[in-house]
Ligand binder design. Structure first.
Ligand code: ZN
Length: 120
């Protein structure tokens, strides 16, 4: 039996017993229980969101330049380091010219200097 059904049954019993004071107290407890239930649901959602960010964080690799990549990406994609730091959003950077990248959201720019060393 769930919390809601148990409270409803107790309130019905108090009503049948014609105990007004018990009935009022159970109604008050019922309201508090529903508030607590809503808080538990909110905290569970927040916890899920925090776990998602923590798992993503563990998958990220930071670079000297202003982008991050994911270890799990088969083909590495460069994501905006500013958007990740600010909003915990992974926004893929756009390749605007040789080794220069721009974030379509915040317009931050990044240069991938690691490509320069590979070419020498
Ligand atoms: Zn950005």
């Amino acid at each position: 039996m769930g919390l809601y059904d148990a409270m409803k049954d107790a309130i019905n019993l108090a009503q049948k017993a014609d105990n007004i004071e018990l009935y009022r107290q159970l109604l008050d407890l019922s309201a508090q229980a529903l508030e607590l239930q809503a808080e538990v649901t909110r905290l569970q959602e927040e916890n899920t969101e925090l776990k998602k960010v923590r798992n993503l964080e563990a998958d990220l690799e930071y670079h000297v330049d202003a982008f991050v990549t994911r270890k799990s990406d088969v083909k590495p994609i460069k994501y905006c380091a500013a958007c990740w730091a600010d909003k915990k959003k992974l926004v893929p950077l756009q390749d605007i010219s040789w080794d220069n990248y721009e974030c379509p959201l915040c317009k931050a720019r990044a240069v991938d200097k690691s490509q320069w060393e590979e070419r020498q």
